[in-house]
Ligand binder design. Structure first.
Ligand code: SIN
Ligand code: NI
Length: 263
């Protein structure tokens, strides 16, 4: 497929609201290739890493199964993470000269006894000095409120960074409760339902949430995170561990953080 027909309206919507929905970014074939690869990754995790199923991680277990940096091990995820069509969208939304991949992660919300992904911001968990990094949340299934689609609070990215919360143990109120009632009344969450192959982009500071999966099937999403060129490394413990070899204050660079669009 060619470049995505991103318009200035899309960019303006993203800058204003902190998120945007883009329909039909991947073809049916591209989605299917990712679904097949995801099945393999889940099975590999079980066989070679001794994780017997989706429910073996404490804390997050009922929220989602998270698998990080699949692009390094599976060609289909590499193609996706380095997809210039998606990187090009990220670069334009971020109004950056270039973007690098920060990491990818698959997020599978399993049905039955499923918990919400409570309101949070992403950037506060990332080892970055600058804000501006953004996520592409690609639906690999049709997503609805019933199976745990994403919701966003428009404009919340302008509130700046809040304290990080423990996603495995917080309640839905934890982040929102930090704000006085008058301000909270202005928070008007938008649930974003969409088809497989469509995606949302959200700024690292945008408040977002996904409800429990009350359907009968897993809800699969593939998230790729991009940071504007020039973003500097900040010492901070992170889920993917510190493999970067970067020094405090140094610009992200090197093969773990490839340039996906621009130069
Ligand atoms: C989810 O897919 O449940 C949450 C995704 C996110 O927090 O970015
Ligand atoms: Ni998030």
């Amino acid at each position: 497929m060619e470049q995505y027909p991103l318009t200035e309206d899309h960019v303006a919507f993203f800058r204003d609201n902190g998120y945007v929905r883009l329909d039909g970014v991947l073809s049916v074939q591209e989605v299917e290739a990712l679904r097949v690869a995801l099945d393999v990754a889940v099975e590999d995790r079980r066989r070679y890493e001794g994780n017997e199923g989706p429910r073996t991680d404490p804390g997050y277990a009922k929220v989602f199964l998270q698998m990080v940096n699949l692009w390094e091990r599976y060609p289909a995820f590499r193609t996706h993470a380095l997809n210039p069509r998606i990187g090009g969208i990220a670069r334009r939304l971020a109004r950056a000269g270039s973007v690098r991949l920060w990491h990818d992660h698959a997020l599978i919300k399993y049905p039955k006894d499923s918990k919400p992904t409570v309101w949070h911001q992403d950037w506060v968990y990332w080892p970055m000095h600058e804000t501006g990094a953004l996520s592409c949340w690609m639906a690999l299934d049709d997503v609805t409120v019933k199976n745990g689609c994403m919701s966003f609070i428009p404009g919340s990215h302008r509130l700046g960074p809040c304290d990080p919360i423990d996603l495995g143990n917080a309640t839905e109120e934890t982040l929102l409760a930090k704000f006085p009632p008058e301000q909270r009344k202005k928070f008007l969450p938008v649930a974003v339902e969409m088809k497989a192959g469509s995606c949302t982009f959200h700024d690292g500071l945008t408040f977002h949430y996904a409800g429990p999966n009350t359907s009968e099937s897993p809800r699969r999403a593939m998230v790729t995170i991009y940071m504007p060129g020039g973003t500097r490394y900040k010492t901070l413990e992170h889920i993917i561990g510190d493999r970067s070899g970067l020094r405090e204050g140094e610009e992200f660079h090197g093969p773990l953080f490839p340039v996906v669009a621009g130069e």
